[in-house]
Design a protein around this ligand. Structure first.
Ligand code: G6P
Length: 489
């Protein structure tokens, strides 16, 4: 199968991410369905225009057989996506194991776990070997499509070895790496047995980007403390060679939400939902079902609020969308059971024949369904225990021009640094604090709501995903030119 034909001649932007923007599902012989992938990375990059973009990534399924693989490759080519196929064992050790049980947890301040079946060291060794092998596989596929002059933008914690692997193949390649999660304090990071290998590989990129200044600072101190390199205001220096490190806060595309809210099907959906929930305040949570999202803590705070304010029991409800994620990983399975148990307890205790306090849905929502929900709700509860940025908070603001709903936002989400002035900030570990924030949000005056909303709205419309991508890519081009000049002199 031929690679996707570039729409225009000239240099392209190659986005390399573990997950393609569409995930594949098998329909019938030789036919594949594609569903939009979940997560901030995809929703942000989906709103970026003006680049001749090609994606390289995993289509979200195990290695299919020969003919089916070709059919899927063709289907993806129509979306400018090039698949990296991984077998079941690699997916288990690399994706479920090293990426999601080790790096994802550690980067969100969850310490490494000891595995009771194998010694931790042996499990980690296998996972680490698979991680390196998967990164090599991504590098090989990329090299088959790379043309001199292309800009290569590597995304996230899954592909930290890639900058080194790519530069080893082509020293002149323009390579940027961006992390969509927090980079933790070096005190947490330094527990990782392969801490040096990952830092050294990432440092081969021309430009390294994070959502916030704090994450960039943590990364630089990990490099100085663990590798003994020099941290400068511009990045990390190794024997006179500088790797530029900076903060590039991500955003989203508010115009796609404004356009969606004008569609007749979305307007109808909004009218129906308003009728359905008439006379009650509606709060909303939209999260991937992930322990970092703090869903149990949010439910406990709602329970506490209902307990302290019985007069609200039949006047407020919480719609919680828990998008299934990483369902093979045991921690995610346990979280699902725990969440169901709490929802059941609260609904059993505070519900009545005519009112259910929590509408909990374990499913993916379409973009248009989500827009309608964002638009009709009075309060959004974004209570992550840690979160790189959290674009749900931005999307909620984008859809609240009419209502000026209140955003309750965790101080541990990157977004707290940008939407902190307009949102009610909470510590998600403090259930009392969150219950008080719920009350504050439900009873806030319209004047205050409008003023807070305006502040947030100004921010999200000025700091869009387009601005984020334009800034990163132009800085990557500049950094690369500077590096070339230095090598020549
Ligand atoms: C986060 C990560 C992304 C990831 C997404 C969904 O946003 O930063 O890299 O794609 O979660 O997770 P998944 O494991 O399903 O790709």
């Amino acid at each position: 199968p031929s690679p996707p034909a570039p729409e225009e001649e000239g240099p392209r932007l190659i986005v390399v991410a573990n997950r393609l923007p569409v995930s594949a599902g098998y329909a019938s012989e030789g036919k594949w369905t594609l569903q939009l992938s979940a997560g901030g990375l995809v929703s942000a990059l989906g709103g970026v225009q003006g680049f001749n973009t090609m994606w390289v990534g995993w289509p979200g399924i195990f290695l299919p057989a020969g003919r089916e693989r070709d059919a899927l490759t063709q289907t993806l080519a129509a979306k400018s996506c090039v698949p990296v196929f991984l077998d079941a064992k690699t997916v288990d050790l690399y994706y479920n194991g090293f990426c999601n049980s080790v790096l994802w947890s550690l980067f969100h301040y969850v310490p490494l776990q000891t595995d009771s079946r194998l010694s931790e060291t042996r499990t980690l060794q296998f996972q680490w070997a698979a991680y390196q092998e998967a990164n090599r596989r991504f590098a090989d596929v990329l090299m088959r499509h790379y043309r001199v002059g292309d800009v290569v933008w590597v995304q996230d914690y899954h592909l930290m070895m890639l900058p080194a692997l790519l530069k080893a193949k082509s020293v002149d390649m323009k390579v940027g790496w961006f992390l969509h999660t927090p980079f933790p304090s070096s005190e947490i990071y330094r527990a990782l047995p392969v801490r040096e290998e990952l830092l050294r590989a990432v440092l081969k990129a021309d430009l390294i980007g994070f959502h916030t200044y704090d994450y960039a600072r943590h990364f630089v101190s990990a490099c100085t403390r663990i590798l003994g390199l020099e941290g400068t205001p511009d990045g990390v220096e190794d024997n006179g060679v500088l790797t530029r490190v900076a903060a590039f806060p991500i955003g989203m595309d508010p115009s796609s939400f404004a356009t969606a809210l004008k569609r007749s099907d979305v307007r109808n959906n909004i009218a129906q939902l308003k009728k359905r929930f008439a006379g009650r305040k509606v709060m909303l949570g939209v999260d991937r079902l992930d322990m970092i999202k703090g869903i149990p803590q949010k439910l406990l705070a709602f329970e506490k609020f209902l307990d302290e304010h019985p007069e609200w029991c039949d006047k407020v409800l919480l719609v919680q969308i828990a998008v299934p994620s990483r369902v093979e990983v045991p921690e995610y399975q346990q979280l699902r059971s725990m969440t169901h148990e709490i929802v059941g307890r609260i609904n059993g205790h505070y519900g009545s024949l005519t009112h259910v306090p929590i509408h909990h849905l374990d499913r993916h929502m379409t973009f248009h369904e989500l827009c309608a929900l964002y638009a009709i709700t009075d309060v959004a509860l974004v209570t992550s225990l840690r979160d790189g940025m959290n674009l749900v908070s931005y999307e909620y603001v984008a859809c609240q021009a009419a209502n000026a709903g209140v955003l309750v936002l965790s101080e541990f989400a990157g977004a707290a640094q940008s939407l902190g002035a307009g949102a009610i900030l909470v510590n998600p570990w403090n259930i009392n604090d969150m219950a008080a924030a719920i009350r504050n949000a439900l009873t806030m005056s319209e004047t205050e709501r409008r003023q807070r909303h305006r502040q947030n709205y100004m921010h999200i419309t000025a700091h869009t995903s387009q601005v984020w991508a334009d800034t990163f890519i132009s800085e990557l081009n500049d950094t690369h030119v500077e590096a070339e000049l230095r090598t020549k002199h």
